[in-house]
Design a protein around this ligand. Structure first.
Ligand code: NAD
Length: 247
């Protein structure tokens, strides 16, 4: 059976994507950092629908934990064919003058280094040069990588810009190994990422200013991710889907 691993799969865009990957026939490995019960509930929902899934704990910002997670993945039945690098962090709005190095490093440790290490481990398993069957990697970036998020979270935007360059460079490096690497860049999506801090009603206010006049739902991002992961996108690599309501 083909395995799909999704990081940060216990809630939000990750949860919606895990459910859709299961419907597409993958046995889904749901990585979580702390929310074991939430991750277990995604497994239960997938199994209730006749699918197959299991959880894998790891903080993707910690290389040792990521190595352990992949070693545990190797013990499972099936072959890794899809990696969705979805886990990401965003801190509250902050002007550049107030950004400290610790915050910048934490954002980059998860969004960039964590994604990088997961890509590396996936390539070792998927790549035809390593005896693998090929596969697809989808990185969940952000519209912020294009827009810069001035006055809000330039640290986060810069980390997503680094992810985009990783997507492009890695796609070229591993194309001959049967691995496709693409990215989805969501705009404003209603998830817990926006739940804490900032001005009240900020998300609704920003959503009303978008060309489509609304924010997006996690399922609308999951659909783009799963399409890029699927054989329907078999000749697509090194590209970006902007799912941002026209922004
Ligand atoms: P979310 O906060 O609900 O989900 C993020 C998930 O990542 C959570 O499950 C969290 O536990 C996990 N995570 C964070 N750090 C981790 C770590 N070190 N190790 C393992 N897991 C970790 O938010 P979401 O909106 O579902 O975000 C999913 C992705 O979409 C993120 O990469 C985010 O940057 C991106 N994104 C979201 C929006 C939006 O408006 N919600 C817009 C653009 C991009």
């Amino acid at each position: 059976m083909d395995l799909a691993l999704i990081t940060g799969g216990s809630r939000g865009i990750g949860r919606a994507t895990a459910l859709l990957l299961a419907q597409a026939g993958y046995r889904v490995a749901i990585n979580y950092r702390q929310r074991q019960a939430e991750a277990a509930s995604v497994v239960a929902e997938i199994e209730a629908q006749g699918g197959s899934a299991f959880t894998l704990q790891a903080d993707i910002a910690d290389e040792t934990q990521v190595m352990r997670m992949f070693a545990e993945l190797d013990q499972q039945a099936g072959v890794l064919r899809v990696l969705v690098n979805n886990a990401g962090i965003l801190f509250t709005q902050c002007r550049v003058e107030d950004l400290d190095a610790e915050r910048i490093q934490r954002v980059f440790a998860t969004n960039v280094t964590g994604t990088f290490i997961c890509c590396r481990e996936a390539v070792k398993r998927m790549g035809t040069h390593h005896g693998g069957k090929g596969g697809a990697i989808v990185n969940v970036s952000s519209a912020a990588s294009r827009l810069g998020a001035p006055g809000e979270y330039v640290d986060y935007a810069a980390s997503k810009g680094a992810m985009d360059t990783l997507t492009k460079g890695l796609s070229l490096e591993v194309a001959a190994q049967g691995i496709r690497v693409n990215s989805v860049r969501p705009g404003l999506i209603y998830t817990d990422m926006h739940a804490d801090g900032g001005e009240p009603d900020r998300v609704d206010r920003l959503a009303s200013m978008l060309p489509m006049g609304r924010g997006g739902q996690a399922e609308e991002i999951a659909a783009a991710i799963v399409w890029l992961a699927s054989d329907a996108a078999s000749y697509v690599t090194g590209t970006f889907i902007d799912a941002a309501g026209g922004r």
